[in-house]
Design a protein around this ligand. Structure first.
Ligand SMILES: [Zn+2]
Ligand SMILES: [Zn+2]
Length: 268
């Protein structure tokens, strides 16, 4: 097999893996949504098909650089991925996972802010925000330009920062799970992860929900670090399934009206 064919085969295999991984992860969490919050995605069938279509295009874009790097790693020892757990001290394993997540988050935050510049928003990011509200299927619903910005991060980092192949698996799993659950429309994680001292720094669905409500805030991916540093953190969003009707009556007056509006804002 010629080199070009081998690289093509690797890229196709990776596209297949990324696509199947997306279908299993999004399908699994969509099923969990159906069980836990029946009717949450009611009336969103057309949108969900569109999310699946864009996500599968994205799978191909993610698959190509990943395939080329995987081929180079296997055949030429490219990259700093190591398979022998003792090649580096054990403490380095969690450090490398955190470093990958933090650098990915940093890249995501700044490219995401760039994509919210009106001109670029229309070109590259409107596809993602066309999901209103997003569902578990929106995890990879990106315009090809946005998909490309996401696809090159991990393949670039493996050339720069050593990582054990198992730790890389952890990073990819976190990436997949958070990509899906952040768009799911409800919180799957225990409260301590998204409220309280830890929640002040971690991003879960409640935080990303607010980005999809207000657009110009909450740009981060895993951590609230950049949002908080740059003053773009606007707290947690509200979900469709919360009993907002009781908390926020749609109309009416009365002496309590001002206070109710206040409470609604606080609850959001
Ligand atoms: Zn999103
Ligand atoms: Zn956005």
């Amino acid at each position: 097999m010629t080199i070009a064919l081998a690289i093509l085969a690797s890229a196709l295999a990776m596209t297949f893996i990324v696509g199947v991984r997306y279908l299993i992860a999004s399908g699994g969490f969509a099923l969990a949504t159906r069980i836990k919050h029946p009717g949450l995605y009611a009336g969103l069938d057309k949108q969900m098909w569109r999310e699946v279509r864009w996500s599968l295009y994205s799978a191909a874009i993610y698959g190509v650089p990943a395939g080329v790097v995987a081929w180079g790693w296997q055949n030429h020892g490219w990259t700093k991925i190591y398979a022998d757990i003792h090649a580096m001290p054990l403490w380095y394993v969690p450090v490398s996972i955190f470093a990958y997540l933090f650098l990915h988050d940093t890249w995501f935050y700044w490219t995401h802010r760039w994509m919210h510049i009106p001109k670029w928003f229309r070109i590259a990011h409107a596809v993602h925000h066309a999901s209103r509200p997003p569902t578990a299927w929106a995890a990879m619903s990106f315009h090809p330009i946005e998909a490309l910005t996401g696809a090159i991060v991990i393949p670039a980092l493996v050339f720069l920062i050593p990582i054990h192949v198992g730790a890389l698996g952890v990073v990819l799993t976190v990436m997949t799970v958070m990509g899906v659950t952040n768009h799911m429309g409800w919180e799957i994680f225990p409260r301590f992860l998204w409220s309280g001292p830890l929640g002040a720094w971690l991003i879960t669905a409640s935080h990303h929900q607010r980005h999809h409500e207000r657009y110009g805030c909450n740009y981060g991916l895993y951590f609230r670090f950049w949002d908080r540093l740059c003053g773009t953190d606007e707290g947690l969003g509200r979900f469709r399934h919360r009993s907002d009707a009781a908390l926020c009556p749609p109309a009416g007056g009365g002496a309590d009206r001002g206070r109710t509006a206040e409470r609604c804002r606080d609850a959001a």
